[in-house]
Design a protein. Structure first.
Length: 346
């Protein structure tokens, strides 16, 4: 029986990986100038193995220089945000928890905007200033929100956390507006960035996202068993040997790191961490040992498709990817909240 279950898991992940790779090829192929998927695969394969690209294939530069770096960054961002959302939902035992709904993304945005507006940099690493500020403010925001929720409601009820997250996001939004007022020369850059966009992403951005996902994401994946223990309550988790405070701190730091890096590169992209873990949970079940790895594939696929819609829906005009994810996420958020409330009162 156990062998069958293990086999099912293997085939399950093969299916997830296949869907993700197909979506990747589709998103690299499609855009203002569409390239057949067969030609796209040939371009990518020949480039990897150092084989000359046939002269009959057009637009290899568009694929390799523009779309490939962007789609890689989109996939890594989606995977990171989804993993962070799944970890937060498990940590708080709350299907509505996510960096955007809890205000963590807003905090990361504030840190990044401060760095952009006031030119805060790290010597020899100009880009790192925005990233460090985003990560620091994401972590500080998470601590503030959970501390306030604990003060108001020791049980850390779902509604209390979400309410404080919404209020905190509104507060951060007012501060962002104030900063934009005084940073008039950078208003357009900041405004477009706060709506979320991965246009112009480079392979260097992809390397940073990959390192963050491997480092912080690896920490989260290694604590899947502890997150399963949290499902039966913190007190029960403590009784079976889980160091609750230590695990909470480690996961919160890892989540803040992932969100901070993603926000510093792509801006505010909401609802990915809310939508994808919830959808994946319907397929894999609540076991975090299966849910978290599957969320990586789900998040990457979801955000790649959202980015594709953003690029081709109003072609040649490009929508910020955050607009697309927020539109879809808002509708699903209402549905998830409604169904979770019905289960609570059933």
């Amino acid at each position: 029986m156990s062998n069958n279950q293990e086999g099912f898991r293997i085939y399950e992940y093969i299916a997830f990986a296949g869907i993700t790779l197909f979506t990747f090829a589709l998103c690299v192929s499609m855009g203002s100038v569409s390239v057949p998927i067969r030609d796209t695969i040939t371009i990518l394969g020949n480039s990897i193995w150092g084989i000359p690209i046939p002269a009959t294939i057009t637009s290899p530069a568009i694929i390799l220089s523009i779309r490939l770096p962007r789609v890689i960054c989109v996939a890594l961002t989606g995977a990171s945000l989804s993993l962070a959302g799944g970890a937060m939902q498990g940590l708080l035992r709350n299907p509505l928890a996510d960096g955007s709904t809890l205000g963590v993304s807003s905090g990361a945005s504030l840190g990044a905007v401060i760095a952009i507006a006031f030119g805060i940099t790290i010597p020899s690493l100009p880009f790192a200033g925005t990233m460090v500020m985003a990560i620091a403010f994401a972590f500080i925001s998470l601590i503030i929100i959970l501390s306030l929720a604990y003060k108001l409601d020791y049980s850390l009820a779902t509604n209390t956390i979400i309410l404080i997250g919404v209020i905190y996001s509104m507060f951060i939004s007012s501060i962002l507006s104030l900063i934009i007022t005084f940073a008039s020369d950078k208003v357009q850059h900041i405004t477009f960035w706060t709506m979320g966009s991965l246009a112009g992403s480079s392979l260097n951005n992809a390397r940073v996202l990959l390192m963050a996902l491997v480092t912080f994401g690896g920490v989260i994946l290694l604590h899947a068993r502890e997150l399963n223990a949290f499902a039966i309550g913190e007190e029960n988790a403590r009784h079976i040997g889980v160091n609750v405070k230590r695990v909470k701190l480690i996961i919160m730091i890892a989540v803040s790191g992932l969100i901070g890096v993603c926000v510093s590169i792509g801006g505010t992209i909401g609802f990915v961490g809310l939508v994808t873990p919830h959808m994946v949970r319907m397929i894999t079940g609540p076991n975090h040992k299966r849910l978290l790895p599957a969320s990586l594939f789900g998040g990457a696929t979801f955000l790649m498709l959202a980015d594709l819609v953003a690029r081709i829906l109003l072609n040649p005009l490009e929508l910020p990817i955050g607009v697309v994810t927020s539109f879809i996420g808002a509708l699903l958020f209402v549905y998830i909240f409604y169904t979770s409330r019905r289960k609570t009162h059933a």
